[in-house]
Design a protein around this ligand. Structure first.
Ligand code: FAD
Length: 304
């Protein structure tokens, strides 16, 4: 019995989080991707290991239709990315089918129907077993790698299922947040600001470095709670999980809740005045110094 991954896509572009789940699930056996959107998405998901792609051309995500497909095909497991869309759809589906659901998982054992979840502020990793069938879970973005593993995937259009449309809500449209910078969860390079940025001017300095590098901007909860940055830029346990090639932490101490969101980064560079700051324990390139001096020097060096 296959694992189904319900793909989060927007305007035909698949979220990396969905590809990460497909890549990981493929290690355990057969994977089918379920796409609500254009057929063009099928080729992308097959590249990451989907053996079968169900394409349902729809503008919205019809929970009723997905529930009917699950009852007809009986997959062993149904997974979603723990994105806004995945969270909403998975919880509605679990409620509709009367199923257990493990949310925001950071690890999974598909054969056992078990998920790892970080609880009590990241101090404990709980193993949660879902005992209903299919097993359902949402997976935190960034915890697995998306690796190309092409499968000769077949594309199927499921038979039209006669179900009432979801009458509880209709989506009238989406308004994109306007930002010229890359998305945090997809970025190859992230420059992040913490309390050490001391205010909006320090954050602007961090942003100027990010823009020079074509990087995304992130922040610690301290910087976000102070109102210097918007909440959607928070990295960490209660923010976003990221796994860029390079994460540059400016004025961030490295609290466990921050590390929970970025310690999967390939390389970590740190600028911090305190050589004892915990973030140095996971730092590959570190500068003990004042970010208000180090960042301008770094920008000058980059210009050259
Ligand atoms: C349930 C829970 C969930 C949480 N979730 C998150 C989360 O998702 N993300 C998150 O980030 N935090 C989270 N936190 C908060 C976390 O515990 C820390 O309080 C927070 O990460 C600290 O942010 P910071 O490193 O920017 O600030 P601080 O810990 O105050 O560190 C500031 C750092 O800046 C350095 N510094 C000061 N001046 C300069 C300078 N001029 N140049 C260079 N360095 C300088 C200092 O040496 C220090 O290391 C959570 C906490 C709880 C309890």
């Amino acid at each position: 019995m296959a694992t189904w991954v319900v793909v989060d896509q927007k305007d035909g572009k698949v979220k990396k989080a969905s590809l990460e789940i497909i890549s990981e699930a493929k290690k355990a056996g057969e994977v089918a991707a379920v796409v609500f959107g254009p057929e063009s998405v099928a080729a992308d998901v097959a590249k990451y290991g989907a053996d079968k792609v169900y394409v349902i051309e729809a503008d919205v995500y019809p929970v009723d239709q997905l529930a009917a497909m699950i009852e007809a095909e009986k997959p062993a497991t149904v997974l979603f990315a723990h994105t806004m869309l995945g969270r909403e759809m998975a919880s509605r589906l679990a409620q509709k089918l009367g199923l257990g659901l493990a949310t925001d998982a950071i690890g999974m054992d598909l054969a056992a129907g078990e998920f790892k979840r970080s609880v009590y502020g990241g101090k404990v990793i709980a193993t949660v077993k879902v005992t209903t069938s299919p097993v359902m879970g949402t997976i935190r973005p960034g915890v697995f790698e998306a690796n190309e593993n092409p499968a000769a995937g077949t594309v199927e259009k499921p038979a039209a299922v006669d179900t009432p449309a979801n009458v509880y809500q209709t989506v009238k449209g989406f308004e994109a947040a306007v930002s010229a910078r890359p998305d945090l969860t997809e970025a190859g390079v992230i420059v992040s600001a913490g309390r050490g940025a001391k205010g909006p001017d320090g954050v602007a300095l961090v942003e100027s470095l990010a823009d020079m590098m074509g990087a995304a901007v992130g922040g610690s909860r301290a910087a976000v709670d102070a109102g210097w940055m918007s909440h959607d830029l928070q990295v960490g346990q209660t923010g976003k999980t990221v796994n860029p090639n390079l994460y540059i932490a400016c004025g961030i101490s490295g609290a466990i809740q921050h590390l929970a969101g970025m310690s999967a980064s390939k390389y970590v560079a740190t600028i911090n005045t305190d050589e004892e700051a915990p973030i140095f324990a996971i730092t590959d390139f570190g500068v003990v110094g004042d970010m208000f001096k180090v960042i301008p020097a770094l920008k000058d060096a980059l210009k050259k």
